[in-house]
Design a protein around this ligand. Structure first.
Ligand code: 4D8
Length: 255
């Protein structure tokens, strides 16, 4: 693999990321101090659990659409068989969202962008998932400490998406080759910035926490579905498709 090829991969992935990350760095900077007022937070907190789940699933499903578009623009992704494309998206898109979240996370006051304004974890209280939300905010704080650039974020999310160890992949060798190249490009990008030499291993060391969060989210969803089947039935189709536990094939790229 040549330096030229690595540069091309980096360029393609960074461009795909910037084209699909929904907010520019400038927009986020401007929004960073647009906070929910205490009254607005109280209003969110006094929503019913069902209404808040509906609202969150809508936001997640909206954000997933951008991740799907990101994946499609990564060189090599569309050359994978359709089965594997779907598996990678279903398995990886929440992890990608959690990494993308740091762009919309303010570690100075522990707030995250949610429907146009920033708020702390107490705004999600009515979900009844304090442990999940606590883990998400902890991840936000630790990832923010790494001070990742958009280039590093782009390559890191692409590497996570192209994880060859997802269950049921048919061409995991092909995925492995793509991921290897992206990690080489990421290491190269990190070196350019003369940042700490163990930055990549620090990034990779956050993956287990992300997996824990994804599993916790699935557990909460399963439980919610038992309690409120009619609300869960009305979740956005893309959210249902990505997180359904049934072994039924559906294609998140088409929603
Ligand atoms: O760019 O799309 O505007 C999180 C959701 C981010 C979940 C969204 C959320 C994001 C996960 C709402 C609820 C991450 C951005 C905004 C909405 C990802 C938690 C916070 C996107 C980046 C920040 C800013 C609740 C957007 C984890 C878990 C969900 C349940 C249904 C229980």
């Amino acid at each position: 693999i040549s330096v030229l090829e690595i540069d091309q991969i980096a360029q393609n992935v960074v461009k795909s990321h910037l084209e699909t990350c929904q907010y520019t760095a400038e927009e986020l900077k401007r929004l960073a101090w647009t906070l929910y007022s205490p009254e607005e937070i109280r209003a969110l907190q006094s929503k019913s659990c069902e209404a808040m789940w509906q609202q969150c699933s809508l936001q997640i499903s909206n954000a997933i659409q951008y991740v799907v578009e990101f994946a499609k623009r990564i060189d090599g992704f569309m050359e994978l068989c359709q089965n594997d494309q779907i598996i990678l998206l279903k398995a990886g898109c929440l992890e990608v969202l959690l990494i993308r979240m740091i762009r919309a996370f303010n570690p100075l006051n522990n707030t995250v962008l949610f429907e146009g304004k920033f708020g702390g974890m107490q705004m999600f209280k009515s979900l009844g998932c304090d442990d999940l939300i606590g883990a998400v905010f902890e991840l936000g704080r630790t990832l923010c400490r790494l001070q990742l650039s958009d280039e590093e974020l782009a390559l890191f999310t692409a590497a996570v998406l192209l994880s060859p160890d997802r269950p049921w992949l048919t061409e995991s060798r092909k995925v492995q080759k793509l991921q290897d190249k992206i990690y080489v490009a990421l290491q190269h990008e990190i070196q350019k910035k003369h940042s700490a030499e163990d930055k990549l291993s620090k990034m990779v060391s956050k993956l287990p926490l992300m997996k824990t969060i994804c599993n916790l989210h699935l557990d909460k969803l399963e439980f919610f579905r038992l309690l409120h089947p009619e609300t869960a039935m009305n979740f956005p189709p893309l959210y249902k498709e990505v997180f359904n536990s049934e072994l039924q094939y559906s294609d998140p790229r088409e929603s």
